[in-house]
Design a protein. Sequence first.
Length: 356
Amino acid sequence: MERKRPEPVRWRIVVGILSLSLLLLLFYGTSLKKVELVVDGETAVVSTRAGSVEKLLAERGIAVGEHDRVIAPGGALKTGQRIEVVHTKPLVLVDGGEEAHVHAAGDTVGDVLADLGIVLGNWDRTEPGLDARVGPGDTVRVIRVEREYEEVEREIPFPVVTKEDKNLALGKEKVVQEGQAGVIVELMENVYEDGRLVARRVIDSTLKSPGVEQIVAIGSKRPVTVLSARSPDIETITKGGVTFGVKKILHDVTLTIYDAGPESTGKDEDHPLYGITFTGTRVEEGRTIAVDPNVIPLGWWVYIEGVGFRRAEDTGSAVKGNKIDVYFDDVDEAPFSRKRGVTVYIIGPDKPEGLE
């Protein structure tokens, strides 16, 4: 039996089906692409048959909000392309006191500022700190810090020095040299935060003028009371069994001794005034003393503690102020040569009653 050949039409159909299958297979194979996908800094190489970025993101389940950023080349998706997705978060940014609502990427304050392109100055700071993590709705403060410098002149009070003046009455004061304030130049640092002064300090100082001290004389001269027979008694006391009135009391008197010889008076026994006092009386042990007439009037009686009653009859070049020279016939036999801190009662020109 003779075999029949297939009909040409059937062969054409088979060939057509095979060709279409090959074309579909070829198209399906060539539509697979490899792209670099970066999501919030995380990089991955993915294979996809998506024809666009939108389809790729949908395919990968990556949501993109209104303020998120997608960085990708335009047109159809091709192998080797890089697609970057940056998710942002809403934040409150206060920069230099100015508040703004922004959307930025990053997990820390430093990342957020870098994403927003905000540069900090040398002294600027942030709240919270650069390494602090931030979440949606947080507030980031950028505090702008400025430092200004100025020179300020300041007066230094002049020192006051006091000096005793024995020629000035006790309790009186007199400016001998006027004082002048010195001048110091201080370098001040002013610190401003967001335009507001928050700190001010001295970082250096220079003495411009040392100034001049003021010298004040303080009087130490005690007033001299002029005594007379009419001066009233200030009190009545009894010494050695004798009661008498006192016109003045001298404290802290120094006693010295003298005799009629040349060592004390400069006169020897041949001198016509040998033994004669300034008042014309002849010296007598137990009675005669030499005084400063400005303190004790000549001819007046006194009572000296530890010595007794005496009369002011003589003077001496070394007898000044609260000093009394007590007469002895022989200084070598005197009971003392000098006494200090002695109290003396000034009585008056009349010899106390009851005194022998």
